[in-house]
Ligand binder design. Structure first.
Ligand code: SF4
Length: 176
Protein backbone atom coordinates (compact mmCIF):
# COMPACT_ATOMS: atom_id res chain seq x y z
CA UNK A 1 0.00 0.00 0.00
CA UNK A 2 1.13 3.54 -0.63
CA UNK A 3 0.02 6.26 1.73
CA UNK A 4 0.93 9.70 2.97
CA UNK A 5 3.86 9.90 5.40
CA UNK A 6 1.50 11.55 7.90
CA UNK A 7 -0.79 8.53 8.31
CA UNK A 8 -0.64 5.17 10.12
CA UNK A 9 1.86 6.27 12.75
CA UNK A 10 1.66 2.85 14.45
CA UNK A 11 2.94 0.97 11.40
CA UNK A 12 6.61 0.73 10.50
CA UNK A 13 7.27 2.83 7.43
CA UNK A 14 9.61 2.16 4.54
CA UNK A 15 10.87 4.62 2.00
CA UNK A 16 10.81 2.89 -1.39
CA UNK A 17 12.27 3.91 -4.72
CA UNK A 18 9.02 4.67 -6.49
CA UNK A 19 9.73 2.71 -9.66
CA UNK A 20 9.79 -0.49 -7.53
CA UNK A 21 6.10 0.08 -6.76
CA UNK A 22 5.20 -0.13 -10.43
CA UNK A 23 4.89 3.59 -11.05
CA UNK A 24 6.24 4.63 -14.44
CA UNK A 25 8.68 7.23 -13.14
CA UNK A 26 11.94 6.10 -14.73
CA UNK A 27 13.81 8.24 -17.23
CA UNK A 28 12.28 6.19 -20.05
CA UNK A 29 8.81 6.20 -18.42
CA UNK A 30 9.18 2.53 -17.49
CA UNK A 31 8.63 0.98 -14.08
CA UNK A 32 10.58 -1.67 -12.22
CA UNK A 33 7.75 -3.21 -10.21
CA UNK A 34 9.14 -5.72 -7.73
CA UNK A 35 7.01 -8.62 -6.53
CA UNK A 36 8.52 -8.72 -3.03
CA UNK A 37 7.94 -4.99 -2.53
CA UNK A 38 4.36 -5.22 -3.74
CA UNK A 39 3.76 -8.46 -1.82
CA UNK A 40 5.62 -9.25 1.37
CA UNK A 41 6.74 -5.73 2.21
CA UNK A 42 3.43 -4.03 1.33
CA UNK A 43 1.60 -6.52 3.58
CA UNK A 44 3.81 -5.70 6.55
CA UNK A 45 4.69 -2.04 6.23
CA UNK A 46 3.48 1.35 5.10
CA UNK A 47 5.36 2.16 1.91
CA UNK A 48 6.35 5.74 1.16
CA UNK A 49 7.03 6.23 -2.56
CA UNK A 50 9.98 8.48 -3.33
CA UNK A 51 11.46 9.23 -6.75
CA UNK A 52 14.22 11.76 -6.17
CA UNK A 53 14.68 12.56 -9.86
CA UNK A 54 11.00 13.33 -10.40
CA UNK A 55 10.71 15.18 -7.08
CA UNK A 56 13.74 17.26 -8.05
CA UNK A 57 11.71 18.50 -10.99
CA UNK A 58 13.09 16.38 -13.79
CA UNK A 59 10.39 15.22 -16.14
CA UNK A 60 9.10 11.89 -17.41
CA UNK A 61 10.63 10.98 -19.75
CA UNK A 62 13.94 12.73 -19.12
CA UNK A 63 17.56 12.35 -20.22
CA UNK A 64 19.30 9.36 -18.62
CA UNK A 65 21.97 10.36 -16.12
CA UNK A 66 25.00 8.59 -14.70
CA UNK A 67 27.62 9.03 -12.00
CA UNK A 68 30.80 10.49 -13.40
CA UNK A 69 34.16 12.07 -12.76
CA UNK A 70 35.12 10.76 -9.32
CA UNK A 71 34.41 7.52 -7.43
CA UNK A 72 34.11 9.14 -3.99
CA UNK A 73 32.36 12.35 -5.02
CA UNK A 74 30.78 11.70 -8.41
CA UNK A 75 28.71 14.20 -10.33
CA UNK A 76 25.34 13.40 -11.86
CA UNK A 77 25.67 14.03 -15.58
CA UNK A 78 23.86 13.11 -18.77
CA UNK A 79 24.57 9.63 -20.11
CA UNK A 80 24.12 10.76 -23.70
CA UNK A 81 24.52 14.50 -23.05
CA UNK A 82 27.78 14.94 -21.08
CA UNK A 83 27.17 18.69 -20.85
CA UNK A 84 24.05 18.05 -18.76
CA UNK A 85 24.91 18.27 -15.04
CA UNK A 86 22.10 17.99 -12.49
CA UNK A 87 24.37 17.61 -9.44
CA UNK A 88 23.42 20.94 -7.85
CA UNK A 89 19.74 20.47 -8.57
CA UNK A 90 19.73 17.06 -6.92
CA UNK A 91 21.80 18.32 -3.97
CA UNK A 92 19.34 21.14 -3.37
CA UNK A 93 16.36 18.77 -3.52
CA UNK A 94 18.10 16.32 -1.19
CA UNK A 95 18.82 19.01 1.41
CA UNK A 96 15.11 19.82 1.57
CA UNK A 97 13.97 16.19 1.45
CA UNK A 98 16.18 14.60 4.09
CA UNK A 99 14.46 16.08 7.18
CA UNK A 100 11.12 14.67 5.99
CA UNK A 101 12.51 11.13 6.18
CA UNK A 102 13.13 11.19 9.93
CA UNK A 103 10.11 8.96 10.63
CA UNK A 104 11.15 6.12 8.35
CA UNK A 105 12.09 2.71 9.74
CA UNK A 106 13.82 1.41 6.61
CA UNK A 107 14.45 2.09 2.95
CA UNK A 108 14.33 -0.09 -0.18
CA UNK A 109 16.49 1.37 -2.94
CA UNK A 110 16.58 0.57 -6.64
CA UNK A 111 19.87 -1.04 -7.56
CA UNK A 112 22.27 0.40 -10.15
CA UNK A 113 20.54 3.78 -10.27
CA UNK A 114 22.82 6.86 -10.19
CA UNK A 115 20.35 8.36 -7.71
CA UNK A 116 19.05 5.38 -5.74
CA UNK A 117 21.60 2.55 -6.05
CA UNK A 118 22.93 1.35 -2.71
CA UNK A 119 26.07 -0.67 -3.55
CA UNK A 120 25.71 -1.26 -7.27
CA UNK A 121 25.87 2.03 -9.17
CA UNK A 122 28.42 2.38 -11.95
CA UNK A 123 30.74 5.38 -12.10
CA UNK A 124 32.24 6.58 -15.38
CA UNK A 125 35.47 8.51 -15.82
CA UNK A 126 36.46 9.69 -19.29
CA UNK A 127 33.77 7.45 -20.76
CA UNK A 128 35.01 4.31 -19.03
CA UNK A 129 33.21 2.46 -16.23
CA UNK A 130 35.64 2.44 -13.29
CA UNK A 131 33.43 0.72 -10.71
CA UNK A 132 30.01 -0.89 -10.47
CA UNK A 133 29.80 -0.84 -6.69
CA UNK A 134 29.24 2.83 -5.94
CA UNK A 135 26.24 4.52 -4.35
CA UNK A 136 23.67 6.79 -5.95
CA UNK A 137 23.75 10.41 -4.82
CA UNK A 138 20.38 10.33 -3.04
CA UNK A 139 20.99 6.95 -1.39
CA UNK A 140 24.39 8.21 -0.24
CA UNK A 141 22.83 11.26 1.40
CA UNK A 142 20.10 9.19 3.11
CA UNK A 143 22.65 6.75 4.53
CA UNK A 144 24.88 9.58 5.75
CA UNK A 145 22.00 11.41 7.42
CA UNK A 146 20.46 8.26 8.95
CA UNK A 147 23.30 5.77 9.56
CA UNK A 148 21.12 3.51 11.77
CA UNK A 149 18.36 3.19 9.16
CA UNK A 150 17.99 -0.40 7.82
CA UNK A 151 18.54 -0.27 4.05
CA UNK A 152 18.43 -2.78 1.23
CA UNK A 153 18.34 -2.70 -2.54
CA UNK A 154 15.95 -4.62 -4.74
CA UNK A 155 18.60 -7.02 -6.01
CA UNK A 156 18.88 -8.41 -2.47
CA UNK A 157 15.16 -8.97 -1.91
CA UNK A 158 15.11 -12.39 -3.56
CA UNK A 159 17.46 -13.76 -0.89
CA UNK A 160 15.18 -15.15 1.87
CA UNK A 161 17.94 -14.73 4.45
CA UNK A 162 18.70 -11.15 3.51
CA UNK A 163 15.00 -10.27 3.31
CA UNK A 164 14.28 -11.77 6.74
CA UNK A 165 17.20 -9.93 8.25
CA UNK A 166 16.01 -6.63 6.74
CA UNK A 167 12.44 -7.16 8.02
CA UNK A 168 13.75 -7.91 11.52
CA UNK A 169 15.91 -4.79 11.44
CA UNK A 170 12.94 -2.64 10.35
CA UNK A 171 10.80 -3.96 13.22
CA UNK A 172 13.65 -3.34 15.68
CA UNK A 173 14.10 0.21 14.37
CA UNK A 174 10.38 0.85 14.71
CA UNK A 175 10.39 -0.35 18.34
CA UNK A 176 13.42 1.76 19.29
S1 SF4 B 1 15.68 4.51 -9.46
FE1 SF4 B 1 15.15 6.23 -8.13
S2 SF4 B 1 15.36 8.05 -9.41
FE2 SF4 B 1 15.28 6.28 -10.78
S3 SF4 B 1 13.11 6.08 -11.33
FE3 SF4 B 1 13.45 4.75 -9.57
S4 SF4 B 1 12.92 6.02 -7.82
FE4 SF4 B 1 13.22 7.41 -9.55
Amino acid sequence: MKTSPATKASTARLGVSQCLLGDRVRYDAASKAHAVVLGELAERFELIAICPEVEAGLGIPRPAVQLSGDIEQPRLTGRDQPELDISERMASYTTEKLPTLAGLDGYVFKSRSPSCGLNSSPVFIAGRCVTETSRGVFARAVCQQYPALPVIEDSELDSPTRLASFIDAVHAHHRS
